[in-house]
Design a protein around this ligand. Structure first.
Ligand SMILES: [Zn+2]
Length: 356
């Protein structure tokens, strides 16, 4: 081979390499279409723009009366609505894979999460989900496993063997934003170790008790080795989510099928340049700014609330930036933005306020 031919061959080879690498991020290849992406160097971005509604349930019983216990009959109707809508169930680690750019998600996906580890997951919820071929995730309080009305480890393993994912809901269900960093690490790491020691697979997912988090709590979750951590913020999870702060829609006693359909249809309201950044502790009278990132959404079309109370907002001259000054209570406050267009879009996050 002459030097010129060698150089030409090298250029072609480099071109192919570039094309192959571009393919990793561009149009899906056959492996990606199959939902599996072969190991590559540290993928970090989702391969598509999917959303997934993550639901958060607690106990169930035929004649449930409390706020958080859902009547079994209502759950059966909800599953029928979800199934008729063409949704597949996905597990937390599949969402983690997706957010890490390792796999795709189905176009229509729902994730079923159950907090606190009640025995009714196995006796009431799972049999109904089995009828639709759905699996879910049980988030256990590791110190409570085996207690009255709670799953024991044999039952946990029975769920796992049936394809369910076993996640953590901490050791003792302490409020993560109310304990110090060392205690938080112990709650997150200790429960992960106990659960992993009692199941076959990994304990890769965490659900924050009461949905409470701040920057330090999220850091603890990451440091404890979780791949994904769930809040109870509003709106669907999607490609833009931080894996340590994935929203879940809590389902309570009395939620209608119409409400469920709204949750299934809605998109996330995307914000940029949120200041103060999510997770940063603030005074009780902060000024919050953010830029609307969705093209069809204008400041005038967005409603803002803080713990359910309306908050007025000023629009910047660029018609993208919004500024608002909620009056917060000490502790966690829920900031929620809703766009009542089509599709409806929603996002919320927690702001933890400290005394001024
Ligand atoms: Zn809980």
């Amino acid at each position: 081979m002459t030097d010129t031919k060698r150089l030409a061959a090298l250029i072609v080879a480099l071109g192919l390499l570039v094309a192959v690498m571009a393919g990793c991020r561009g149009a899906p290849g056959p492996a990606e279409e199959a939902g599996v992406i072969e190991a590559q160097e540290a993928p970090a971005e989702p391969v598509s723009q999917r959303k997934v509604l993550v639901l958060c349930y607690h106990a169930m019983s035929p004649d449930a009366e409390g706020t958080f216990d859902v009547p079994t009959g209502d759950f059966a109707e909800q599953l029928k609505t979800i199934h008729e809508g063409g949704y597949e169930s996905v597990l937390p680690s599949q969402i983690a894979d997706y957010l890490e750019g390792r796999a795709d998600l189905p176009e229509k996906a729902v994730c079923f999460g159950f907090d606190d580890g009640p025995e009714s997951i196995l006796t009431e919820s799972k049999p109904l989900m089995d009828q639709h071929g759905y699996t879910g995730a049980a988030f256990l309080i590791s110190d409570s496993v085996g207690g009255t009305g709670q799953l024991d480890w044999d039952q946990v393993r029975e769920l796992e063997a049936a394809g369910w994912e076993i996640g953590s809901h901490t050791v003792s269900h302490a409020r993560p934003t109310k304990i110090d960093r060392a205690e938080c690490m112990e709650e997150f790491r200790g429960s992960k170790e106990t659960i992993a020691a009692n199941i076959d697979g990994e304990c890769a997912a965490l659900a924050y008790p009461y949905g409470l988090y701040d920057a330090s709590v999220m850091e603890c979750a990451r440091e404890a080795g979780y791949r994904i951590a769930f809040t109870i913020d509003r709106g669907p999870a999607d490609w833009s989510d931080d894996p340590m702060r994935v929203p879940r829609q809590m389902v309570v006693n009395g939620n209608s099928l119409r409400t469920l359909s709204t949750w299934l249809a809605q998109d996330k309201l995307h914000l940029e340049q949120i200041d103060p950044p999510i997770g940063e502790r603030v005074s009780t009278t902060p000024t919050i700014t953010a830029a609307l990132a969705d093209e069809d959404v204008t400041p005038g079309s967005v409603e803002i609330s803080c713990d359910g109370n309306p908050v007025s907002c000023d629009a910047g001259a660029d018609a993208r930036t919004i500024t608002f000054s909620p009056e917060l209570r000490e502790g966690a406050n829920n900031i929620r933005l809703t766009y009542y267009g089509s599709p409806r879009r929603e996002v919320s996050w927690l702001v933890v306020a400290e005394p001024n």
